[in-house]
Design a protein around this ligand. Structure first.
Ligand code: HEC
Ligand code: HEC
Ligand code: HEC
Ligand code: HEC
Ligand code: HEC
Ligand code: HEC
Length: 373
């Protein structure tokens, strides 16, 4: 057959097929048995509607209450005023309005800043991200409602899932000293009288991270598993609604009446906290280290590598009774235990933020120091 004939034949067969397709009646569709009814969905939450939602926050009564609460808060007192404008050590990025805004917007707070730049309303608030509160949730016009990274551990980002993300940038240990660990040399050099995390390790404590996790008889709970972290939050405990104008909201003073939603009585501290802290401080004050060269002002002398220079003699106590550290070369175990003591102290919640993590840090530190002697 010639190719042209084959083509013609194929065309005829194809059109015949089309013709059949067009004229044949389709079979009646078969109706399957009816399916089982689905379960009712959960009712959706009422959305915040239209401009009524604006007035629920933007009204003078609420503004007045908030302003009064704010006035009695530690944020307003700016009691650490000297740090508001200081750029060395990044002080202004947490202590000052101008420094914090720069830090949030650019990741750095280089200054210079005016000396008085206290925390105020617009430190934490600016503009709404969107006005679509129904879909996006109320953002409270917070500057930093997003998950936030840690300066001391840049690979870790915390996400508390609510407005508590606002607290993370400031209430985390600042980037001052490396977290000590057991090391080949077996020693850690203490070059400062303020060894330990800075005064604010609350966000990391709630999450259960950035302690110096020395092994011991107590297990460290997995990150983010404390019930205070999973079923409560910074804003729920510190900023919730309260019948007492001196607590909750913009006073940031914890609302103890809310604890009894979960507890029969309001616990004052994590079980054994004061005892463990006293025992640990006693051990830390007795630890002996290698003395180091000091200058005429009593400050440590560093060699070309930035290391302390050992001299004859010992230093007693990696920490003193007031919680300050002594200069010297101490065992890695002592440095770890001191870090953990300072973490629990500076957290300032008597272990409440994360009872099990605090207990493990303290008890394992005590155990390690006792085994060392
Ligand atoms: C959940 C509470 C809340 C709701 C609801 C709310 N706002 Fe706000 N809004 C705030 C807060 C907090 C600020 C921070 C500044 C302040 O307090 O004035 C703010 C700030 C603003 C600002 C000032 C922004 C700037 O850059 O200066 C505008 C404008 C504004 N809101 C408009 C609205 C409008 C319009 C609505 C309704 C569609 C609304 N807001 C709903 C809490 C709210
Ligand atoms: C990562 C944020 C951050 C940085 C950086 C920071 N601070 Fe703080 N600092 C805080 C917070 C938050 C508190 C309040 C914590 C509390 O009371 O529990 C605080 C508290 C303090 C206190 C009061 C301690 C007390 O016991 O009353 C002093 C003093 C202080 N800071 C000085 C400084 C200095 C000086 C610098 C810079 C060298 C600095 N801070 C850098 C967040 C920071
Ligand atoms: C340290 C950060 C911070 C500062 C300073 C601050 N706020 Fe807030 N504000 C928040 C956070 C966080 C929330 C969300 C609280 C929540 O989720 O319960 C909030 C919520 C609000 C709301 C929402 C409604 C409500 O009932 O609380 C208003 C309005 C508001 N702030 C106004 C102000 C005003 C006015 C000032 C100054 C007098 C101020 N804020 C200072 C962090 C701050
Ligand atoms: C801009 C940084 C910043 C943010 C954001 C911030 N804080 Fe603070 N906070 C501080 C500083 C600094 C202090 C110490 C105040 C002072 O003495 O100047 C402090 C003090 C406090 C105190 C009182 C501590 C004391 O020793 O009396 C509480 C409680 C507190 N903050 C809770 C929170 C909570 C909860 C959030 C999140 C909703 C938050 N803060 C957000 C910087 C901040
Ligand atoms: C389970 C409730 C709870 C949660 C969640 C919680 N706190 Fe606290 N916080 C407390 C209690 C209780 C204290 C002890 C208050 C006291 O001694 O007066 C405290 C103490 C503090 C202090 C020291 C206050 C002072 O007067 O010295 C700061 C700062 C603080 N919390 C910040 C935070 C931040 C930031 C978060 C979130 C990362 C957080 N807290 C989460 C209950 C809570
Ligand atoms: C959402 C429920 C809930 C709320 C609200 C709550 N707690 Fe707890 N709390 C728990 C649970 C559950 C534990 C046990 C530890 C765990 O699961 O992480 C606990 C443990 C504790 C512990 C440790 C007890 C021990 O044996 O060492 C203390 C202290 C504590 N809470 C104090 C408080 C205080 C103070 C408040 C209020 C500011 C509070 N809690 C609010 C659920 C809650």
């Amino acid at each position: 057959m010639k190719p042209s004939k084959l083509f013609g034949l194929l065309m005829i067969m194809a059109s015949a097929f089309l013709f059949v397709q067009c004229t044949s009646e389709l079979p009646e569709p078969i109706q399957g048995p009816p399916g089982v009814d689905g379960q009712d969905g959960v009712d959706g939450q009422d959305g915040i509607s239209g401009t009524a939602s604006c007035v629920s926050c933007h009204n003078n009564t609420l503004r007045g209450e908030i302003a009064m609460a704010f006035d009695i808060s530690a944020h307003a007192s700016g009691s650490v005023a000297f740090a508001e404008g200081r750029t060395d050590g990044n002080c202004a990025s947490c202590h000052g309005n101008d420094g914090f805004i720069d830090f949030i917007e650019t990741g750095a707070a280089p200054g210079p800043y005016s000396f008085r730049s206290p925390i105020e309303c617009m430190t934490c608030h600016s503009s709404h991200l969107t006005f679509d509160f129904e879909n996006d949730g109320p953002d409270y016009a917070l500057r930093n409602p997003d998950p936030t990274g840690l300066v001391l551990a840049p690979s870790i980002t915390l996400d508390f899932g609510d407005a508590s993300n606002n607290c993370i940038s400031c209430h985390q240990p600042r980037n001052s000293y490396e977290i000590p660990a057991l090391n080949a040399d077996g020693t850690v050099q203490i070059k400062s009288t303020r060894y330990g995390p800075h005064h604010s390790p609350q966000a990391t404590m709630l999450e259960g991270i950035l302690g110096a996790e020395i092994p011991g008889g107590e297990n460290y709970p997995a990150r983010g598993t404390a019930t205070h972290r999973t079923a409560s939050s910074c804003v729920q405990c510190h900023m919730g609604e309260s019948s007492d104008a001196a607590t909750g909201g913009h006073t940031w003073t914890p609302i103890v009446e809310n604890c009894i939603e979960c507890h029969q009585a309001v616990p004052g501290e994590a079980n054994g906290f004061s005892n463990d802290m006293n025992t640990l401080l006693g051990l830390l004050m007795a630890v002996e280290g290698q003395a180091v060269e000091l200058d005429a002002d009593g400050d440590p002398v560093l060699d070309a590598n930035g290391d302390l220079i050992p001299v004859a003699g010992t230093v007693t106590g990696i920490l003193m009774a007031n919680g300050r550290s002594n200069y010297g070369i101490f065992s890695d175990v002592a440095a770890i235990a001191a870090w953990n003591y300072k973490t629990a102290l500076e957290d300032q919640s008597r272990g409440i933020h994360n009872p099990d993590y605090t207990k493990a840090l303290l008890k394992n530190s005590i155990e390690a120091l006792q085994n060392e002697n």
